[in-house]
Write a protein that binds this ligand. Structure first.
Ligand code: G6P
Length: 474
């Protein structure tokens, strides 16, 4: 056996850490609260594992301490890799294309070269740390070539691939200049997981059309192998969020926040990364029209919009931030009063406890993306509503809508529908809100992050050894 090798290797673009400066100026590492990271953390804590990923920044790969017993193996990105792989092919080509092309995907040959180069580096890093016959789980759209590259290096491994974002219909995917290579890269895996069955269907159709391989929505024949495909909707650590939200200090903090907001009758909350897929502008427009028509009044109702800056060097994100900030300024200028803004707009990162307090304050949580792979914020809100109150306004185009059917579902492109459904959620009877919330909470209680990991990994690991270990984590 190789020295320091792991039976489970997670490969993701980002390591589960943030670099932050300690009071004495030293750099320290801590677990970051991002979606994917929160999703996998509870699983890895209980398994001898290595996480292969990028530590952020450019330059040589830093040596990092283990976090909660999980080995951190960092992969270096140069300034050019950052520009052409992360900001370029991953976030200006694939990201918009996979989200219904709500912004125009950009194609550059140089970006594709960087994507190949960086994927090769990640595949080599995973090959170096996985034990013979080990299990490697590759995550997300940044690394779609890794399964194929890794199989060429280490045919002994079992390889899984999971796509956290939507997988587009053939009409859109066919735009990609290197579509065949991307599909072949994914087919290096033994099991390809998507958030929704529709994505698995899109993938199978493309494999037939582009690669002329025999495929159903569940099984694809590649050379002498069978690649399995399925939907595994990702989830959250439901119990952890509920426990956090129920803590006395968080409850007290929520009360204080409500007071600081002017003790309004109703608080609407949105928490997003600043991303054009999240439907922030459409939501602001709907809210502004409700203020203008007098259906919603400042003082009775406040909107808290958390929009955490993201991918700030990508042009489309800069333009979006400018537009959102101009619109928030306009709405506050027009409808706010001294000491009573119509929108409380925050671009800071919140720690988990503060986020949980915000969820506790929100009578209506508005999660209205134009397209979203899952949206874990919606699930976190439900988990945090420990007293079974609170209305979730949820876009039909979020993966979460397939599970949280009792949410107030809405088409965010339909401005009138969005306004109407926001009013419905604001005016719903406590009984209706309670019934819906209880049903969603029961669903999340059963379908939490451990259930997700167990179902994906038991399908991947047919010998069952890893899953047995997971079973004992409770
Ligand atoms: C989405 C992606 C993740 C990504 C996250 C944050 O949820 O599916 O892979 O890590 O956004 O984006 P960032 O570019 O900051 O990693």
């Amino acid at each position: 056996m190789r020295q320091n090798s792991s039976s489970l290797v997670v490969v993701a673009n980002r390591l589960p850490i943030d670099d932050s400066v300690a009071p004495d100026g030293a750099c320290e590492w801590r677990r970051s609260p991002g979606g994917l990271v929160s999703a996998l953390h509870p699983l890895l804590r209980h398994t001898p594992a290595t996480w292969v990923g990028w530590a952020g920044g450019t330059g040589p790969a830093p040596r990092l301490p283990d976090i909660d017993g999980v080995r951190m193996h960092s992969v270096a990105l140069t300034a050019e890799d950052l520009r052409d792989h992360y900001e370029g092919f991953a976030n200006a080509t694939l990201w918009p294309l996979y989200h219904d092309a709500v912004e125009q995907p950009v194609y550059h040959r140089r970006w594709w070269e960087a994507y190949q180069r960086v994927n090769q580096r990640f595949a080599e890093a995973a090959a170096a740390v996985a034990e013979p016959g080990g299990l490697v789980w590759v995550q997300d759209y940044h690394l779609q070539l890794v399964p194929g590259l890794l199989r060429a290096l280490r045919p002994d491994l079992r390889i899984g691939f999971f796509l956290h974002v939507p997988f587009p219909p053939p009409e859109l995917f066919m735009q990609l200049p290197r579509r065949a290579e991307l599909l072949r890269g994914m087919l290096g895996a033994d099991l390809i997981g998507f958030q929704r069955a529709q994505a698995a269907h899109n993938f199978a159709q493309l494999v037939v059309k582009v690669l002329d391989l025999p495929a159903t929505d569940r099984r694809i024949g590649v050379d002498d192998r069978v690649v399995r495909v399925g939907a595994y909707p990702v989830s959250i650590d439901t119990a952890e969020m509920a426990a956090l939200a129920g803590r006395p200090d968080v409850t007290a903090r929520a009360r204080r926040l409500r007071h600081d907001l002017g003790d309004p009758q109703q608080v609407i909350l949105s928490v997003d990364r600043m991303d054009y897929t999240k439907g922030i502008e459409q939501r602001l427009k709907a809210y502004s029209e409700l203020l203008a028509s007098g259906h919603v009044k400042v003082r009775d109702t406040v909107l808290v919009q958390v929009a955490v800056p993201s991918r700030e060097r990508v042009g489309q994100y800069q333009i979006l931030r400018d537009r959102v900030e101009r619109e928030v300024g306009r709405i506050n200028g027009e409808f706010g009063r001294v000491g009573e803004p119509a929108i409380h707009y925050l671009t800071q990162h919140f720690d988990r406890a503060e986020l949980a307090a915000l969820y506790r304050v929100a009578d209506v949580m508005a999660v209205t993306p134009l397209r979203d792979g899952m949206n874990l914020v919606a699930k976190e809100y439900v988990a945090a509503r420990v007293d079974d109150t609170g209305a979730l306004l949820l876009s039909e185009f979020a993966g979460a809508a397939a599970e949280l059917e009792q949410a107030y579902l809405v088409n965010p492109h339909d401005l009138e529908g969005l306004k109407q459904m926001l009013l419905t959620a604001l005016r719903a009877s406590p009984d209706d809100v309670g019934d819906r919330m209880r049903a969603m909470r029961a669903h999340l209680h059963r379908h939490d992050i451990r259930a997700w990991a167990r179902s994906y990994l038991s399908a991947l690991d047919q010998t069952g050894s890893l899953v047995t270990r997971l079973g004992s984590t409770g």
